[in-house]
Write a protein that binds this ligand. Sequence first.
Ligand SMILES: Cc1cc2nc3c(=O)[nH]c(=O)nc-3n(C[C@H](O)[C@H](O)[C@H](O)COP(=O)(O)OP(=O)(O)OC[C@H]3O[C@@H](n4cnc5c(N)ncnc54)[C@H](O)[C@@H]3O)c2cc1C
Length: 456
Amino acid sequence: MLTSATPATLSAAMTGRVVAPGDPDWDAARQAFNVLVDQRPTAIAFPTDERDVATAVHWARERGLRVAPQATAHNAGPLGALDDTIIVHVSGLQDVTIDAAAQRVRVGAGVKWERITPQLSELGLAGLHGSSPDVGIAGYSLGGGMGWLARKHGLQTNSVTAIELVTAEGDLVRADANHEPDLFWALRGGGGNFGVVTAIEFAVYPMAELYAGAMFFPFARASEVLHAWRELLPTLPDELMTWACLFQFPDIPDVPAVVRGGAYTVVMAAHIGDEADGRELLRPVRELGPEMDTFAMVPPIALGDLAMDPPDPLPFVSAHHLLDDVPAAGIDELVAAAGPGSGSPLTMVQLRHMGGALARTAPGAGARATLPGSVSLFSLGVVVDEPSTRAAEASLAAVQDGLRPYRVGDYPNFVEEPADASGFFDAATWARLRDVKALYDHRDLFKGNHHVPPAA
Ligand SMILES: Cc1cc2nc3c(=O)[nH]c(=O)nc-3n(C[C@H](O)[C@H](O)[C@H](O)COP(=O)(O)OP(=O)(O)OC[C@H]3O[C@@H](n4cnc5c(N)ncnc54)[C@H](O)[C@@H]3O)c2cc1C
């Protein structure tokens, strides 16, 4: 039962359902992936097609409400307060078309990577998904999208070939290189600030197998492993992307049984190439003698499990920076803050090697053409109560402080709290994003993640 007459009028106008405060499934509908995020919008609309999306957008605009597009709530934190806002939750838009010959995919905006990665893999194709295939393709792509193949193929957003969306006027628009080119540019990096995306098309890449896996070392060996990993980076081709992580896995069912409750220093990699070359490139790390080594030739679907991301919602705090070349002293700072003997409770401290195609602007790229820096730092602590939250936050701050001298920016997809989005872009890109926002949404109807205000 809708308790508010206002959302009931939307419910009557839509095919899909509308959930409002007081409804039995209100708490389930508003739950975010990070269960600490307490989303309290005016209502949540679940459209079944683009007409429903347009109805919800019209309805909100006419009542002076804002619209926050959402697909999975994997990054709900940056939205902040949702007063006078409806969430348009696109999880019902689930169409999938894979054109293997053209190496093109079209998906509804509610589709997660996990829906298409098995089929792509069977076809000998790979998309540019990130560490978790549980993430929504649209939200991931609109923010950038840095996955295992990023050093070779760049950010997912620049493999996007067309986006369909409902604009602030309630029109269904197709944006691509030839139609609404400014909007197409802004969407690819500017996030959900320009409309509710209903469908997205993108290129995928031929890939039968690749050499990928993880080497697990004892947590106690963090310093020598991370130093060896750092020294390896300048020697690596774009075909190889490697991440180094400190893990202190909680003893919960979400964690693979073989590592559950354990603490490790882990070097992971994906190499677009054969085993012999991959082994040779990673030799300096392997010579340290991992206690477990899962590297093998695998189909692309294996990339979805490599990072061991949690599949289910959980409570956590996180922090992130993009770093320029990290000197040996930076590794020492990291180990002092989160390594053995530090007392850090952090579940994960992750370093991703960047560069390669992430540093090159491809022809026709969108607003998020590149990412600065050569290493991405992302740290996360699973928390259970107030004291564990305080301890995790203190440890996050110690890691961030230790590595701040090397900071060159932040990557919006990895920033999980409200932030001034101007800091994510250079001045010219930011000004152009605001101009496009003014052109398509001068009333600032759409509350995107992260917020781009219209130019005055
Ligand atoms: C476990 C985990 C692993 C991750 N791994 C990676 C990774 O490897 N690489 C990486 O780059 N990122 C990664 N991310 C970050 C992820 O890309 C962002 O959280 C992204 O915003 C998630 O998109 P979503 O649609 O799933 O989430 P949502 O919270 O539903 O959406 C996030 C934002 O995207 C926009 N959006 C979503 N759908 C629409 C739509 N239909 N129309 C308009 N705007 C829309 C909105 O602004 C929305 O606020 C990861 C996140 C998690 C939780």
